[in-house]
Design a protein around this ligand. Structure first.
Ligand code: GCO
Ligand code: CA
Length: 262
């Protein structure tokens, strides 16, 4: 049985904001590897729809309404999850937002809102969940980073600041918690076909062509492309892997790119 390196049977995984897109795809991957899936969102409607979508794939997911940026709601939510579903073995800090506005036009409140969801909430949820992981002798934390953990792009300053910060928070969590057999790592998705990128993925839109030519694999990622890395970082297979961000990007970070006429 010790050879079942990627088996997640008996594990409970909380995927914050796992009600659509990349979070849902990763959650489905963990479920197919045996994990029990818990998701949260601000809206009970979004949760109901997600639970139905999981069910259609044969997955009995559990949903909880709470706001990841509010520490008392997070404490309450985690307590409920752990008494009703079971102790959380795997945490994926996935909930995130983006605002695309040039720096000089951006309001401080909008910048702060992005930092709050994309950087401060992983801090809040992790510090809440990790206490139980320490008591139980281990756990897995996966922070969802971004190309913007490494690169800038016009109009996404707050997102880049948050995701760059999340990469360093990942290293600091690894530093503080590796000794408790808790592995903290990140996944940095490249450009994926999700609702978040829908406005910039339109056929003929210059950004669409740009991404395809900028990506050595020459395509947008399919959310399912993240499943293998999520399972790896959630499983025994990664028990001595600490503080890394695995970029699942079709090679974007490997290359400087090429002239647009090639
Ligand atoms: C953008 C995109 C990105 C992606 C992703 C890249 O506007 O450039 O939305 O920020 O969402 O995080 O890794
Ligand atoms: Ca268990």
């Amino acid at each position: 049985m010790s050879t079942k390196l990627f088996d997640l049977s008996g594990k409970v995984a909380l995927i914050t904001g796992g009600v659509h897109g990349l979070g849902m795809a990763m959650a489905k991957g963990l479920a197919h590897a045996g994990a029990t899936i818990v998701v949260n969102d601000l809206s009970s409607n979004a949760i109901d729809n997600a639970i139905a979508e999981y069910k259609a794939e044969g997955i009995e997911a559990h949903g909880y309404v709470f706001n990841v940026t509010d520490e008392s709601q997070v404490k309450e939510g985690v307590k409920k999850i752990e008494s009703e579903v079971g102790p959380i073995d795997i945490l994926i800090n996935n909930a995130g937002i983006i605002k695309r506005t040039p720096i000089i036009d951006m309001e401080v409140e909008d910048f702060a809102a992005v930092i709050n969801v994309d950087l401060i909430s992983p801090f809040i949820v992790s510090k809440t969940v990790v206490k139980g992981m320490i008591e139980r002798g281990g756990g897995k934390i996966i922070n969802i980073c971004s190309m913007m953990s490494e690169l800038g792009r016009d109009s996404v300053s707050a997102y880049a600041a948050a995701k760059g910060g999340l990469k360093m928070l990942t290293k600091n969590m690894a530093t503080e918690w590796a000794k408790y057999n808790i592995q903290t790592n990140g996944i940095g998705p490249g450009y994926f076909a999700t609702s978040q990128t829908a406005p910039i993925r339109v056929n003929g839109h210059p950004f669409n062509d740009f991404i395809i030519s900028r990506t050595p694999a020459a395509r947008w990622g399919d959310p399912e492309d993240l499943q293998g890395t999520a399972i790896f970082l959630a499983s025994k297979a990664s028990d001595f892997v600490n503080g890394h961000v695995v970029y699942v990007d079709g090679g974007i970070l490997a290359t400087i790119g090429k002239p647009s006429n090639e």
